[in-house]
Design a protein around this ligand. Sequence first.
Ligand code: DGL
Length: 270
Amino acid sequence: MSENSAIGVFDSGLGGLTAVKELVQFLPHENIVYFGDTGRVPYGNRSRETITRYAMQDARFLQSKDIKILIAACGTVSSVAGDLGKEFHIPYTGVLKPTAITAAKTTRNGKIGVIGTTATVNSSSYKKAIQRINPDLQVFQQDCPLFVPLVENGFIDRSDIVVRTVVERYLAVLMENQVDTLILGCTHYPILRDVIADVMGENVALIDSGRETARYALHLIQKYNLANPQKKHGICEYYVSDNLDNFSKIAGIFLGKSVSNVQQIKIEHY
Ligand code: DGL
């Protein structure tokens, strides 16, 4: 591992690309290796044991690619799989801590909403992290199990009645509780940001866990003196555990550019 090594990022599927998109902005000279476990997505309705086993395999695969930082760009893994940095002896971040810190700083009325997968919400991970920062903050949680399948299948348009109806249904309880800050606690959710903003209204601040995590990665790079000295822009390699076509098509939509460097791997071998 050296400063020329890549940043390793993984998620259950496409969601972690919301962190990659931001990483490229914050750290344009870094090379990135991304793994999306598209063959086993979603993680969010599985048991802690299964999620942890999958996360370990994902991290082992990335470690085989000479990485210098490991990022679990997945709210579910960050919530239930423990500290992978200790396991793999590498600077590590999940999405939880950076996102909780920003939300606690942002709220004005002390009421924060959290949306995430069922595993994330059942773990109360964001709630605990926020209340460790400030025990007076109130946290209202809602799981949104239909969001990930919507995103993975390209249902992301704010004018789509199906998308709008699902979003309204899940967010109603958070609106009733008058949250002024909403954590998009699953990295798939920023892809639905427009419709979530339409439903919550302009007075609610949306906190994007992918973005906050990318910002924290910049801090880690500086802290451990790991900046890549190259002058050219870094390259991104993408790996998935299922069909390439679907990934390339939808990944292109929300990265805003075509994705060519994609390969399929057998994650069970790691
Ligand atoms: N993007 C993920 C998260 O942040 C995982 C969603 C899922 O696989 O259920 O939680």
